[in-house]
Design a binder for this molecule. Structure first.
Ligand SMILES: Nc1ncnc2c1ncn2[C@@H]1O[C@H](COP(=O)(O)OP(=O)(O)OP(=O)(O)O)[C@@H](O)[C@H]1O
Ligand SMILES: [Mg+2]
Length: 327
C-alpha cells in the first residue's frame, strides 16, 4: 500500500493536562476512503489538527504526502473541512469559495469556474448568491465540503462532514466521497455515523482514549466474528438457549434470555442444524436463519467496552506532575 498518511507514535498533551493522543499509529493508503471513528473526546479532531498543522504534536514521527508532518508545503495538495468551521457570514457561498481558492493560490479564472462547478456538485447553485448567515447548518456544511475541494486536492480531510446534514444530504455527501475516490483522490474522514462509514469506507480505524484500538477493512475487523443468526418468533428463555447450545458442542454461541436471536460463531451451516432441531423440539418458531456479520457499530461498541474509560469525554486528563508541550 502506498501511504498518503503514515504516522507513528503521535502524542499530544494539551497544556500539560489532557493527554489527548497517546501514541497513535495510522496509515492511510493512496486512493482510499478512510474513516476514523471513536467516542466523543477520543482524540480524532486532535489527530486531524496535528496532520493539518493547526496544532503541533508533543511527539510525532511520519509523513503526509511524502512530507514530514508539520511541513506546511504539503498542505497545497490537501483540502480540509475543520470540525467547527465558521466561514464569514457576510459573504455569499460563491464569494467564500473564491476566497478560499485565492488563499490556496488558485488563479482567478480557474477559481471562478471551479467555484461554480463545486456549487453544482454540492447542490447549492440556487443559493450561491445568498449570504452564509442565512444558511442552515447542513447548507453551511455543503459549502464547507466545496471549500475543501477548491485547490483540487490529492488528499481530502473532512472532520464530521455530515454533521447537521439531513438523510438526503448525507446520501449526497456519500456520493461526493465516492466521486472523489473515483477521481483518484484520497479521502480521510471522521464521523460518528457508523452506518455511513460502513457504506463508503475502504478501511476504518477505531480510536478510544487517544489510542488506535483497531485498524483495517471492515472484513478484516470482522474476521472470525461472522456466523449464523437464528431469529425466533418470540422471546426465548435461558433453558431454551442452553438446549440449543448443548446441541452444538464446540460451536461458540450467544443469546440472551428475553430476546429472540441466537448467534452461532461458525460459517458451517450444517453445524447449526442440531441447534435448530433442539429449538423445534421445544416448539420454538424459527423465523429466519441467516449469515451474521457484526456491524461497524458492534465493533465500535466492543472497542469502547474493552476500554470503558474511553467512553467518558475528557477521560484523558493527565496525572498530576506529568509534563508535556503546551498547545
Ligand atoms: N484546545 C484544547 N485544550 C485542552 N484540551 C483539549 C483541547 N482540544 C481538545 N481537548 C481535549 O482533548 C481530548 C480529545 O479531544 P478531540 O476534540 O480531539 O476529540 P474528538 O475525538 O474529536 O471528539 P468529538 O467526537 O466530540 O469531536 C478531549 O479530552 C478534549 O477535551
Ligand atoms: Mg472531533
Amino acid at each position: 500500500m502506498s501511504a498518503v498518511i503514515d504516522v507513528q507514535g503521535v502524542e499530544k498533551m494539551y497544556r500539560r493536562k489532557v493527554h489527548a493522543l497517546r501514541g497513535v499509529d495510522l496509515q492511510v493508503g493512496a486512493g482510499e476512503i478512510f474513516g476514523l471513528l471513536g467516542p466523543n473526546g477520543a482524540g480524532k479532531s486532535t489527530l486531524v489538527k496535528v496532520l493539518m498543522t493547526v496544532i503541533s504534536a508533543t511527539k510525532c514521527k511520519g509523513t503526509m504526502l511524502g512530507k514530514k508532518i508539520g511541513d506546511k508545503s504539503a498542505l497545497t495538495q490537501v483540502g480540509y473541512l475543520p470540525e467547527h468551521h465558521n466561514f464569514p457570514k457576510y459573504l455569499t457561498s460563491r464569494q467564500v469559495l473564491r476566497h478560499f481558492g485565492a488563499m490556496s493560490g488558485v488563479d482567478r479564472k480557474t477559481r471562478n469556474t471551479r467555484a461554480d462547478e463545486l456549487l453544482e456538485v454540492v447542490d447549492m447553485t440556487d443559493s450561491a448568491s445568498h449570504k452564509l448567515g442565512t444558511y442552515s447548518k447542513g447548507m453551511r456544511q455543503r459549502i464547507g465540503i466545496a471549500q475543501a475541494l477548491m485547490n483540487d486536492p490529492k488528499l481530502v480531510v473532512l472532520d464530521e462532514p455530515t454533521d447537521g446534514v439531513d438523510p438526503i444530504g448525507r446520501k449526497d455527501i456519500r456520493e461526493i466521497l465516492l466521486r472523489l475516490k473515483g477521481e483518484g483522490r484520497t479521502v480521510f474522514l471522521n464521523s460518528h455515523l457508523l452506518s455511513e462509514l460502513e457504506m463508503v469506507c475502504d478501511r476504518v480505524a477505531i480510536m478510544v482514549h487517544g489510542l488506535m484500538r483497531q485498524q483495517g477493512t471492515i472484513d478484516e475487523l470482522t474476521q472470525g466474528r461472522s456466523g449464523f443468526r437464528i431469529k425466533t418468533g418470540s422471546a426465548i428463555d435461558e433453558q431454551t438457549i442452553d438446549a440449543s447450545k448443548a446441541a452444538v458442542p464446540g460451536v461458540e454461541c450467544a443469546g440472551r434470555p428475553g430476546e429472540n436471536t441466537i448467534v452461532f460463531k461458525t460459517n458451517d451451516a450444517q453445524a447449526v442444524q442440531p441447534a435448530i432441531d433442539a429449538l423445534r423440539a421445544r416448539s420454538v418458531v424459527i423465523e429466519s436463519l441467516g449469515a451474521h456479520r457484526p456491524s461497524l457499530e458492534d465493533l465500535f461498541i466492543k472497542a469502547v467496552n474493552e476500554h470503558p474509560d474511553g467512553a467518558r469525554p475528557g477521560a484523558q486528563k493527565a496525572k498530576k506532575g506529568k509534563r508535556g508541550a503546551r498547545s
